[in-house]
Design a protein around this ligand. Sequence first.
Ligand SMILES: Nc1ncnc2c1ncn2[C@@H]1O[C@H](COP(=O)(O)OP(=O)(O)O)[C@@H](O)[C@H]1O
Ligand SMILES: [Mg+2]
Length: 175
Amino acid sequence: MIIPQADPRDETTLTLRLADAAATMGLGRELAPLLKPGCVVWLEGDLGAGKTTLVRALLRAQGHEGPVKSPTYTLVEVYVVSKIYWYHFDFYRFNEAEEFEEAGLGEYFRDDAICLVEWPGKALPYVPEADLSLAFHFASRAEAGDDARIVELRPHSEVGRQCLKALSSRRGDAS
Ligand SMILES: Nc1ncnc2c1ncn2[C@@H]1O[C@H](COP(=O)(O)OP(=O)(O)O)[C@@H](O)[C@H]1O
Ligand SMILES: [Mg+2]
């Protein structure tokens, strides 16, 4: 179960506790239908925090049945699901942000594509700004084996705000 928590720092931030990988998959299922073409989502957080797991859930929810591999080495994985282009990026291995420009990756950020970006900070200032960002944290580093994660969802555009509003009201409707 995902428990919404009030965030005193920013009333537009939605903070969720994800008890295990299944909860993260559940969030992906809820979020997937709310993402529209043209949407850019940044996924932040340390290695193993759950970024790729969330992407896998988004694609599965939209009907993609094949594997969802981490694009750590390929930089981008391409999926066409229900006639929508989904591009999954991972810039972890960038030595310098200019690699974004050298690889011509800006061309992927089109109005007919949904772009999901892991390690966006490594491609600044070239990577397009997010409509929505998800920052994953390990809930308790002290307890080894604890699967819980905290994720903070923040809107950065009107598109992102609408998306979070819909997610919040759905969650409200469901309870
Ligand atoms: N609450 C959780 N949310 C997401 N992944 C979790 C969770 N608990 C355990 N895991 C596990 O942690 C790993 C996360 O890996 P991954 O999604 O590839 O991380 P990242 O892309 O952030 O490096 C997976 O093996 C997943 O099964
Ligand atoms: Mg990853």
